[in-house]
Structure formats: C-alpha cells, structure tokens
Ligand binder design. Structure first.
Ligand SMILES: Cc1cc2nc3c(=O)[nH]c(=O)nc-3n(C[C@H](O)[C@H](O)[C@H](O)COP(=O)(O)OP(=O)(O)OC[C@H]3O[C@@H](n4cnc5c(N)ncnc54)[C@H](O)[C@@H]3O)c2cc1C
Length: 375
C-alpha cells in the first residue's frame, strides 16, 4: 500500500515510521524543509505540563511517550548514529494551588510517570541546589524526562531518508486534493504537479485549517505562537526541570537550558519580541536566579497546532475513506507523538488499537452550513 503523508513534523514523520515498519510505501511532503516547524521549536517535555489540567484523552496518549521514545531511540539510533537524548531529570512544580489536585491525580491514576511527592526546605534544595532561596515547597515528579526534539527529528529524517520504501518531497506545498466521490484520487503541489497514492494522511499541524474549504469542514485548528530562549550553562549544571505559572526550565545533557514558553494568538507570525522574551526571562530567573550569569545563545518562536481542549484528530476523515487525520496536538504533540502515530497506523491497517479511538474521532469536525441562496 502506498501512503502519501502531508506534513513532515513529528506527527507526519512518526506516522511514516510506523507505516513503513508495517510494510507500507510512504511519500512524505512538506511545504518547507522536514522537521523545522513546531516539532523543532518545542521544549520536549514528555508529559503534559500539569496533567490534571488536560483532557483525559491527552494524558491517555501522552503516557506512552517516554517508553516508546526509548524503544524508537534504541532501534533507529543504531542505524542513524543520532541519540535523541531522553534526559531523566524529573520535574519540580512550584504552583502551590496545584499541590492538592496534583497529589490527588497521582493517587487516582497510579501512573508511574505521574508519581510525585511534596518536598520542602532543605529536602527541596538538595534535589536542586540552583533554586532561588525564595522557593521552599514543590511537587517533585522524579520520573519525568525530556527529549532533545531537534535530534529526534534529525534521527527520524535520517532513518526514513535511507529507507528503500520512503520518498521525501521537501519544499512541496500540497495545495489541494483531487476528490472523486468518496475518495482522494491524487494531490497537487504548488506547481500543479500531481501525486498519486492509495491513502492520504493530513499531518499539517498549525496549517490544518487550510483543508476546511475543499473538504467543506470546519477544522478548528489555529496557530498558537510559543517563544523560547536558550541559555548555555556547563553540562549538568541544572539538575531538574522546573515549572511555575506555566513557565518552565528544561535542562539538556550538554548544559543548554530552555526557558519557555509564551502563548500568543498572532496568526502565522514566528518572530520573537522583546516584551514576551523579557516576561519569560523574569519568570525563569525567579526560579533559578544564577542563570543570569550565563549567555543567552538563541531565541525562537514556533506555532503550536491549537485545537479545542488540545485533543488531536486521529482517524479517517469524514466522507473520504482513504483520507486520514493526525493533527491538532496543540501543546503536547511531542509526548503524544508515538501513541498518535501508532493509533493512526492501527486504524489504517485494521490492527487492534493501542487505546479507544473514540475521543480522537474526526466526527467532532462539523460540516460547513450551506447557506440557501437568497430569493
Ligand atoms: C514553544 C513550544 C514548546 C512546546 N513544548 C512541548 C513540549 O514540551 N512537549 C510536547 O509534547 N509538545 C510541545 N510543544 C508542542 C509540539 O511541538 C507540537 O504539538 C508538535 O510539534 C506538533 O507536531 P506536528 O507534526 O503536528 O506539527 P509541525 O511540527 O508544525 O509539522 C507540520 C508540518 O506540516 C507542514 N505543512 C503544513 N501545511 C502543508 C502543506 N499544505 N503541504 C505540505 N506541508 C505542509 C509544515 O511545513 C510542517 O513542517 C511545544 C510547541 C511549542 C511551539
């Protein structure tokens, strides 16, 4: 079976990996270079930031993130030579108003990744000696990790590029489908070149509403900008991830520390701006003031694929039996990536699904109302 995947972010690339590993031939299209959009820009925390604030459907997929990335890393890094650095740092959350609900969540779900304990005073500063002395209480999640997402993408691209059943088409913007009754026959790029396949997957992240007009559907996915700034400290300088008021610090193994992230609705703008950057900086330095002595080496912004409740659309698109969805992961597309791709592959190839697919169904998409012509 030949499958065309539109979009080469984490959603499209992991879908491609799943499908080729199960015998399919895959063509992947991206309007720019592969793996350069939200999936590159993200922080790589392998859990929703405050899981209890998210829909159960988000946590259900996210719980597979860490173990599945460990499995993929062992398999594909042997071939690509690129380790995508699953960094087991644990996470400290300082939002006092979340302490009770966070503890209750742990008890309710008994999920190893969400195991947490309350730390105070000296105990807290033993776990992370870089913290501001103002911080005296935190919830500690020792099992939480982060992934170096740019390296994940590099590794996936390297693995798929050398695969005999994969074709990459970068700088190919897919403009429209050639629809015939209940099927997609082919797709056209910006130059009018036509590409055929048996099945088609939409994995176009923040750009997914583009398909609304042609499919006569309301696709409620919109770009939500997030900015990050990057410090370079010595290796292992910051021992844990830290989170307060939805701002976080993410240490990488080599001493880079990501500080993020903002939430702005400003269309497809990927410029950083000084006001947002200083807001992020202020919150991050309040957690770890000593960071200020190190250089900021990079600043960037990415576009999250914002969807209602952050629950992605995964499954067959309405009215077209060879058109599939894997988009709308909002703030958690990296941690939900492996299970989302597996679920898509299982639905497409009629394998047993990893989770109940109902919550992700595209039946949540509404058809446009056709307006009656005025008489
Ligand atoms: C600042 C920030 C921090 C984040 N932190 C985390 C985190 O810690 N943990 C986590 O799990 N998630 C995080 N996220 C969210 C995560 O990055 C996204 O949910 C995820 O990357 C979405 O992946 P995607 O493949 O769907 O989209 P993208 O990576 O945006 O990929 C979509 C691709 O489709 C291509 N495309 C679009 N339209 C077309 C077309 N018509 N033709 C051809 N190609 C097309 C685009 O060029 C793009 O390459 C963060 C995001 C941001 C911005």
């Amino acid at each position: 079976m030949h499958i065309a995947i539109i979009g080469a972010g984490v959603s499209g690339l992991l879908s491609a990996l799943e499908l080729v590993e199960h015998g399919c031939t895959v063509s992947i299209f991206d309007q720019a270079q592969a793996g350069q959009a939200a999936s590159w820009a993200g922080g790589g925390i392998l859990s929703p930031m405050y899981p209890w604030r998210y829909a159960e459907a988000v946590n259900t997929l996210a719980q597979y993130g860490k173990t599945e990335y460990q499995r993929y890393n062992a398999k594909i890094s042997a071939q690509t030579g690129i380790d995508f650095e699953i960094h087991d740092t644990g996470m400290l959350i300082f939002d006092e108003e979340d302490f009770a609900v966070g503890q209750a969540y742990k008890t309710r779900f008994q999920e190893p990744m969400q195991h947490c304990e309350l730390l105070e005073g000296a105990q807290l500063h033993q776990v992370n000696a870089r913290l501001s002395s103002q911080l005296q209480r935190a919830m500690y999640f020792p099992e939480l990790s982060n992934i170096r997402n740019p390296k994940l993408l590099q590794s996936l691209i390297a693995y798929l590029t050398q695969h005999p059943r994969v074709n990459f088409y970068t700088e190919h913007q897919i403009i429209r489908f050639n629809l015939q009754q209940d099927r997609v026959n082919s797709i056209y790029d910006q130059d009018g070149t036509e590409f055929f396949a048996d099945q088609f997957v939409i994995a176009t992240g923040a750009w997914s509403a583009h398909w609304s007009t042609q499919l006569n559907l309301d696709i409620p996915v919109e770009p939500v900008q997030g900015q990050i700034l990057l410090f370079k400290t010595p290796a292992d300088w910051l021992p844990t991830m830290c989170m307060n008021q939805v701002m976080y610090l993410i240490p990488r193994q080599d001493g880079h520390v990501l500080c993020g992230s903002s939430v702005r609705h400003c269309g497809f703008d990927t410029q950083t701006d000084p006001v947002t950057q200083s807001h992020i900086l202020k919150h991050c330095l309040a957690m770890v003031p000593e960071l200020a002595q190190f250089p900021i080496v990079k600043r960037w912004a990415g576009l999250r694929p914002g969807s209602p409740d952050g629950v992605p659309y995964i499954g067959q698109m309405p009215e077209h039996r060879n058109l599939w969805a894997n988009f709308g992961h909002y703030r958690n597309g990296l941690c939900m990536g492996p299970a989302s791709a597996q679920l898509l592959r299982q639905l497409m190839l009629k394998h047993d699904p990893i989770v109940d697919a109902t919550a992700y169904s595209t039946t949540r998409l509404q058809f446009h109302k056709t307006t009656a012509p005025s008489l």
